[in-house]
Design a protein around this ligand. Structure first.
Ligand SMILES: Cc1cc2nc3c(=O)[nH]c(=O)nc-3n(C[C@H](O)[C@H](O)[C@H](O)COP(=O)(O)OP(=O)(O)OC[C@H]3O[C@@H](n4cnc5c(N)ncnc54)[C@H](O)[C@@H]3O)c2cc1C
Length: 556
């Protein structure tokens, strides 16, 4: 192609990270197009009318992290129509045969009172101390999520956490290093070890373990403690529920992007990324090749490697990266229910707000063995006898989600393997697996199953085919410590760059800081692309090819 237009950037994939990247570019006055394979933008942050009159999420439902980020303000998404409702209570663990439920409110005192009622005074006091210890650690973690992962930044983010730990070592240097070693041990601990260190009640440990396990790894895995410690931040800003459904975030991003001159082209799967002179060319299934100085690939990393392969990139490097990136075998599945009523959980306290616990993640696990059994079954390709479920009845706080007199209940459950043992196909067992999830709600809220009117099941195979989530992994690639920070998705590919392909940047859940609704990798890649194109915008087209990313530019 000669004499053709060359945009500043093309983004592959209109998941929320791709849209965030594009929105930053458009805000900075850069020309940017987003190409998306699906006919609906947003990827796992999208909401559709799955049943007439219901606004049903296709992926995520609760936004826990993005509200702790600069993204919403920097992109002025409230002005673009995004409204969050506070999820308060933000989590709920049902009653056991011997104890009442635990209700986690934004208010720490109210939460401790609930823990005291269910688990005793000692655990209530321990939880208060836990929140005080882990809040600064979780804040450091969040800060590190919104910056490129480099050893220097990592050290700066976590190096100041010494005062959150105690040590018996003495002397200025001894005490300092003792405290740092203690913090490091905490951060590297398994979630289970952390919980056993802090609490006595299995009920409370199960609730927090299930909260922490939402990223996928079991709480027996190393360095899963921070996934539980993140709960401390929920007492500052609770999870948010976007009015109108999770996809309202995507709608606002698209509005912001197009309002600033960018475009989103749906139904246009990228088929290759190749060199075109001194810039890059993206071919798409709609037959219209597009060229840009920078390409931000914000789809699954394995899809990006396919696009590079189709564009003639070094096959040996691609094969090596492919071999080493661990996608895993699915995390879980979702069931969307149109109902006549919300679950009526047993023994709820009287002092709840009018919406009860329906703003909360209903953590329907009261014993960690329940989690361990489900995880072990999945590891050998089997369905859990009793899936670990989260129930969310957000129509209890947002009436726009369902017709009057009706409700929408989202169920998420782990762990469910993408590939079942003995060649069993998902079509054969999908209904059974969904029944087992409903049974978990029924166990804690008798009479719920009879109120179900319509049901939509998204097993791991369906998540893969509908949302392009390879291996059914909603976090793209495993969120284990060997694939986080400077190691995500692979040491060569961290830094949101592809060695040997200057001008290809990476974003999306496959990259640092991983999955979940964060917008973080989109922000990092978008800012890097803006910095990269600054030479061109200063009229220095040749200079930009020699220019290299530096942390100083990325910090802007
Ligand atoms: C059922 C479910 C429930 C979840 N619940 C929560 C939750 O409550 N809270 C939370 O924080 N997180 C949750 N998550 C996880 C979270 O939604 C995802 O990790 C996150 O949205 C990933 O965003 P992303 O933009 O990085 O990638 P994606 O959303 O995966 O977007 C990638 C995009 O790239 C597109 N694409 C792929 N290949 C191509 C191609 N060749 N050309 C063009 N486009 C392409 C895809 O179609 C997709 O739109 C959930 C996910 C699922 C599926």
């Amino acid at each position: 192609m000669t004499g053709h237009p060359v945009a500043d950037a093309i983004v592959v994939g209109a998941g929320h990270n791709g849209l965030v990247a594009a929105a930053y570019l458009a805000r900075a006055g850069r020309s940017v197009s987003v190409v998306e394979r699906d006919t609906i933008p947003g990827g796992a942050v999208s909401t559709v009318e799955r049943f007439p009159g219901y606004r049903v999420d296709r992926g995520s439902s609760a936004h826990l992290m993005i509200r702790h980020s600069p993204v919403l303000d920097e992109l002025a998404l409230a002005d673009a129509g995004l409204t969050y409702l506070d999820c308060d209570p933000w989590a709920f663990c049902p009653a056991t045969d011997t104890a009442g439920p635990i209700v986690f409110r934004t208010d720490l005192d109210a939460t401790c009172a609930s823990i005291e009622g269910a688990c005793g005074r000692a655990d209530a006091d321990a939880y208060r101390a836990f929140v005080a210890t882990w809040a600064p650690r979780a804040r450091a973690l969040m800060r590190s999520f919104y910056e490129p992962a480099t050893p220097g930044r990592f050290t700066r983010a976590f190096g100041g956490l010494g005062p959150t730990a105690t040590t018996a070592r003495t002397g200025l240097f001894g005490a300092r290093s003792g405290r740092m070693m203690s913090v490091t041990q905490d951060l590297m601990s398994s979630g289970d070890a952390l919980l056993d260190r802090w609490f006595g009640s299995e009920h409370l440990k199960a609730a927090l373990a299930w909260f922490g396990a939402q990223s996928g790894p079991p709480m027996s895995a190393p360095a899963t403690a921070p996934m539980i410690g993140f709960a401390a931040l929920m007492h500052q800003i609770p999870p948010g529920r976007a009015v109108g459904g999770s996809g309202a975030l995507t709608d606002a991003l698209v509005r912001r992007l197009t309002g600033d001159g960018g475009e989103v082209i749906t139904g246009a799967a990228a088929t290759s990324i190749s060199r075109c002179g001194d810039h890059w060319r993206v071919d798409t299934a709609d037959g219209a090749p597009r060229c840009a100085d920078t390409v931000i690939s914000a789809c699954h990393i394995l899809a990006t490697l396919d696009l590079l392969a189709a564009g003639g990139f070094d096959p040996e490097a691609l094969a090596r990266w492919r071999r080493q990136i661990i996608v895993g075998s699915g995390i879980g599945m979702a069931v969307r229910l149109a109902t006549r009523k919300l679950p009526e959980y047993r023994d709820l306290p009287a002092d709840l707000p009018a919406h009860g616990v329906h703003s909360a993640l209903g953590l329907l696990v009261t014993d960690r063995d329940h989690l361990r059994r489900a995880q072990t079954a999945a590891a050998v390709g089997e369905l859990p006898d009793r899936p670990a479920c989260v129930a969310m009845g957000f129509s209890g706080i947002d009436p726009t989600l369902s017709p009057p007199g009706h409700h929408l209940v989202n169920l998420w459950a782990q762990w469910h393997p993408r590939h079942l043992a003995n060649g069993t196909g998902w079509d054969e067992v999908s209904a059974t697996a969904a029944d087992a999830m409903v049974a978990e709600v029924e166990r804690h809220a008798p009479g719920f199953a009879d109120a179900i009117e319509l049901r939509h099941v998204q097993n791991p195979q369906a998540l893969e085919s509908e949302l392009a989530l390879i291996g059914g992994n909603i976090m793209h690639v495993e969120m284990t410590i060997d694939q986080m920070f400077m190691l995500r998705p692979h040491p060569d590919l961290s830094g949101h760059e592809v060695p040997g392909a200057d001008g290809i940047l990476l974003a999306g859940a496959s990259t640092h800081p991983g999955g979940g609704v964060t917008g973080a990798s989109g922000r990092i890649a978008g800012k890097a692309a803006i910095a990269r194109s600054s030479g061109r915008h200063n009229g220095d087209r040749r200079g930009r090819r020699l220019w290299r990313l530096s942390p100083r530019h990325l910090a802007r």
